[in-house]
Every structure is written in C-alpha cells, then in structure tokens.
Design a protein around this ligand. Structure first.
Ligand SMILES: NC(=O)c1ccc[n+]([C@@H]2O[C@H](COP(=O)([O-])OP(=O)(O)OC[C@H]3O[C@@H](n4cnc5c(N)ncnc54)[C@H](O)[C@@H]3O)[C@@H](O)[C@H]2O)c1
Length: 263
C-alpha cells in the first residue's frame, strides 16, 4: 500500500464522467496519484486523461462487463503505472424501468455491468496486488438504494447496488490476510449526468424531502471521501458500506418539509 509519500498507482473505472472523473481529478491534488482511466466511452476517457496532465498514464476504452477485456485492460494499466495500489470502480449504468416494465435484457445488462463488471475489475486488481505482496485498496460504488426504496431507481439498479454492498464485505473478509482493504461507498443523489433528468424534474420542496440536507452531493465531495479511504488515514477501514447522502437514510418515515413559519 502507498506510504503516503509515494504516489498511489490508481485505476478508475467509469473515469470518463461524473463521480469517476471527479475522483481522477481529486487525486491530482498534492500529487497523490498516477491514474489510468477505464471507460466504455473512449472519447470521455481521453478527455479525463487530458485533464490529468503528467499524472494521467493511460485511457483505455473497455466494457467492464467483459472479463477477458478486463484482464487485458488491467494488465495494460499495471504496465502503464508500474504496479497497482488502488482501484475505484465507478463504471455503472441505470436503465430507467420500474417493476412492471422491467425487461429481462435490462435486468441482465444492469447486473452484468454494475455487479459483474465491478467484480471482474476488483478480482483482477486483487490478483495483481497479491502478486506484488503490497496490499492495496479496492473501492466500489453502491448507493443509498442499497438501504431502502428510492423512487425512480427501479428493481434491477437497486438489486445491483445491494449486491455491491454484500460483495464488498465478502471480498474484505477474504482479502484481509493479504492486506487488501475493500469498501463500498454509497452516495445519495449526486450531481452527474446520471441524475440530470431527476434534478431537472424536482421542485425545491421535493428536493428538501429527497435530500434532508437540501441539495445534491457534489462529485468532488465523493472524491474527497475516496481520497481519504485510499490514503494511510484509512488503513483500518475495510468491509464497510460508507454513506455520503445528506441524511437521506436518516428518516424511517416521510419528512415534513420545513417552512418559514416553523420556529
Ligand atoms: N449519480 C448518483 O447520484 C449516484 C448515486 C449513487 C451511486 N452512483 C454510482 O456511482 C457510479 C458513477 O455514477 P455517475 O453518476 O458518475 O454516472 P455517469 O453516468 O456520470 O458515469 C458512469 C461512467 O461509467 C461508464 N460506463 C458505463 N457502462 C460501462 C461499461 N460497461 N464499461 C465501462 N464503463 C462504463 C460511462 O461511460 C460513464 O463514463 C455508478 O456506479 C453509479 O451507479 C451514482
């Protein structure tokens, strides 16, 4: 694992957009990491790479749901970085279908990308870290949806994020003897292209109900949490599902929206 004085050799999947891109950029601060970006959108991956300057080592276009391509891509990333200290799995999709309309194709695709893709990338990264005998850090993106119903997210997306929470704890237990830490981050609604439609549709009152602290989370805020978990300060944090959600999961019943007449 990185000592804190050396740069972290980091892979970010889904680094072409949203939270993944913010993580890649955040890790530039203080010269903390060399980064390889993996994304199925090659142009977006290259755009992030260009924003990283010297610290960006490669952009690789890849579908994380294909285990053969994942093995090749992680090997190429390890070559570009000279090893591997951390991987952050941000590649994910959300197909908007509800319980009644959900199709087998959408269900399968969501699990293939969100769950199996996260697993293939993490497994390949873990094998490399074990070979290096250095330990390392694996992070994956769960969601507030893993803890309870979030309207609009649908059964397949919700199932995939609950699966990621479980997968992180299982992998953390299995990989602890090799000093590999595994955690899931569970963001609430975050300002990214994935939530564009939702953000545009919410009134101010609805937003206050949706996120008790009154606004969506910024991708940079998730990125700062990631930077902490990757750093030596996070050395004893493993097997956790860590929420960053503006108190979204703090209420068991619908909240009364505060008004100006409240004292
Ligand atoms: N935005 C939110 O409110 C929110 C909340 C909780 C969890 N998340 C999770 O965080 C992660 C990042 O979400 P985001 O909001 O930044 O989304 P985003 O759509 O902005 O970015 C996702 C990235 O993943 C890439 N990607 C999609 N499928 C891929 C595949 N098969 N192979 C490789 N790359 C692929 C996309 O090209 C894109 O660059 C996702 O796993 C998402 O489910 C997001």
């Amino acid at each position: 694992m990185s000592s804190g004085t050396e740069r972290t050799r980091l892979i970010v999947t889904g680094g072409g957009s949203g939270i993944g891109r913010a993580i890649a950029v955040e890790m530039l601060r203080g010269d903390r990491a060399d980064v390889v970006v993996l994304d199925r959108d090659g142009d977006a991956a290259n755009a992030t790479l260009n924003a990283l300057g010297d610290r960006g080592r490669a952009a690789i276009e890849i579908d994380v749901g294909d285990p053969v391509l994942v093995t090749e891509a992680v090997e190429a990333a390890v070559g570009a970085l000279g090893g591997l200290d951390a991987i952050v799995n941000c590649a994910g999709i959300n197909i908007h279908e509800d319980t009644v309309s959900a199709t087998p194709a959408a269900f399968e695709q969501t699990l293939r990308v969100n769950v199996m893709g996260t697993f293939f990338c993490s497994q390949t990264a873990a094998r490399q870290m074990i070979k290096q005998e250095t330990g390392g850090t694996i992070l994956m993106m769960s969601s507030t949806a893993a803890f309870g119903y979030v309207s609009g997210l649908g059964p397949h997306y919700t199932a995939s994020k609950a699966a990621i929470a479980g997968m992180a704890t299982a992998m953390a237990g299995e990989l602890a003897p090799q000093a590999i830490r595994v955690n899931a981050i569970a963001p609430g609604p975050t300002v990214t292209p994935m939530t564009d439609r939702l953000r545009r549709s919410l009134t101010r009152e609805e937003l206050a109900r949706y996120v008790p602290l009154g606004r969506f989370i910024e991708p940079a805020e998730v990125a700062q949490l990631v930077a902490y978990l990757v750093s030596p300060a996070g050395a004893m944090i493993s097997g956790q599902v860590i929420g960053i959600n503006g108190a979204t999961t703090a209420f068991a019943a619908p909240r009364r929206v505060r008004t100006s007449s409240d004292a």
